[in-house]
Write a protein of this length. Sequence first.
Lengths: 436, 297
Amino acid sequence: MEMNSEKIARDLMPVKFGKAGKIWVYILLAIAAFGLYAYTKQLRFGLGITAMRDYASWGIYISNFVFFVAISLVGSLITAVLRLTNANWSTPLTRIAEIIAVAAIVFASLIIVIDMGRPDRLLHLFAYGRLQSPIIWDVIVITTYLFISLLLLYFPLIPDLKIMQKYNPPIPGFIRKIQKWMNPNWVGSADQKKLVEKAIKILSIIIIPVALAIHTVTSWLFATTYRPGWDSTNFGAYFVSGAFLVGAGGVVIAMYALRRTYKLEDYITEKHFDHMGKLLVLLSLLYLYFNINEYLVPAFKMKKPEVEHLTGLFTGDYAAIFWPVILLGMVIPVIVLLFPKGRRPVPMFIIGILVVAGAWFKRFLIVTPTLLHPFLPMYDVPGNYLHYSPTWEEWSITIGSLAGALLIVTFFVRYFPIVPIAETIHERNTKNHDQN
Amino acid sequence: MNETLRIMIRIRKYLVILVLIFLSASIAMPQEKAAVRVDLSFHQLNNGPPTLTALIRTRVDRRYQPVENVKVKFYHSEMDELNLLGSLATDSDGKANLQPGKEFNSLWDTTSFFTFIASVTDDPNFEDNDDNIEITKAKITIELLEGEEKEVKVQINKYLEDGTIEPAQEVFVKLQVKRTFGTLSIGEDTYETDDEGVFTASFPEDIPGGPDGILTIMAFVEDDDNLGNLKMEKEAQWGTIVSESDDSFGGRSLWAARDKAPIWLLVFPNLIIISIWGTMIYLVMLIFKIKKIGKTP
């Protein structure tokens, strides 16, 4: 397909929100504002307004945190792993993955503050944190990952910033000023290109261990304690594989939505869906493998403290979440995506939603049920400590945070080219050159 | 229209009846006072000034529960304002502990038999009730004998009307050692004093006594009908010396304070942090380099 640079640049320039876009933004703003209102209530009355008590001291906030950290890993998967393995087909998806990563990691950090009883003491984490505590490792590694992700979003954006100045897309003045400030005098000289390529290469390499670290450390928040469902040596790999799966699912949803909304069929093609579908099969199988490990092996032994936890998941209170998560979030995607027809955009989109929703509930199943079965139960424990069903404030704040993350992605798409322009032009030119 | 009016009048009629029932119920039922149980006990530590404890409870759900903030008056001899020793409100455990004031001292020093009374009167929520106990003043001594084996000799004497003393016979005494969060019984459950008002018990050699081996040995007369509760404490270096066993607490460990993190935990994470952040600083510098290149024509 012949396409000149001019057309590519025009096709990929950010455009104003359409009617649907505006409705989408208003809905997200309303949800986020309601979450913010619920949070002001929590600030006034404390964590008592949540359903968290002495037993379930981690509820949907922490589940949501683990979800955000998980989905953020996709930045490293799509941009780094695929780039380093020369899977060039992923180029149009890199920026989508990177902005999802940044939005998710920003809200992962925020949700931790929300889970704090005394958010005014946030700085104490840095001032008095003990390096012996996995929680501090998480604080360090999340900060690092956020910074790397921002850089990995920024470097490939530099040439595009220059192109945007030329084409003058409809962008408010102050954002234009910010974009101008962000542009480091790009002239596209060979030296500059060399430096940007070098930076991207370095980032692609260092983001992989940091990404593995961020989710491994998050898994250690659980695995370093001796509790049913958490006491596992597999937890790091289990979390990382699940993270790649949910991240890839998130990218698929975004690909579909952006492709439809901005008519990017020439750039995000059916081939991309096909590749992502195959990747999802691999990741679903991988995650399924770790799930079988995490549940089958303890269930085979049925150590006494594990019985309550496992039966609760398999046949008890949580079975209604557990089985849909396994079947809809892992098994069905594998089956559907094994068929070429299943890897077409619409079925992929649906599978993406199943994977991401399944992943959210999966995090809840990892975090909370374990807490309800303590080794040393309290004497005369109040009845409401034994169950956890989140209050409307918790749901509002949690859903508000999800809306917040989507808003970051939405506004980024509004003001920046979501498919890298310069890289696309370069790749198409190279391809044409090779063909000639 | 007529129909609606009729329904409204009927509703109003029922409302009036309801209000009347409610009012009559609340006016006609005077607030009934609950019954309270008063339990008075007498306590004395190391032959010092006595303490009177009144426990006030009421029946809730077929069980006696302590009641807070009930005013209790304490008397000696009889319930007369002249004999009032003091008054106190109960605490959250339903207890009022009174140590009679100085004016009681001369009576305490010159008298051997006492009647003490605790009374709840004119309380807004509870009926009047009282309890009294009769106490014979007594003295308890502990002697620590170190012969072939270690022995504790406890003697209890009670005062007679003329101020002289005689041995208190057949009094049950517990022998205990104070521990951090309670007491440890030594030997038999209780020992009984003989005709001389004395019992002797051998003391084990192997009671852990902390870094200096000091034990607090206690003789305890619990709820005796005549003597009340008497406790005598004496310290002795009779325990085995237990050195500070867990000295790792002061050293570097995973559970120590932040400035005592293990060396390996300082070295490796910091190496990682420095190398990753160092790389990132380098990358930020690259941005400035790119900027510089762009400026040069």
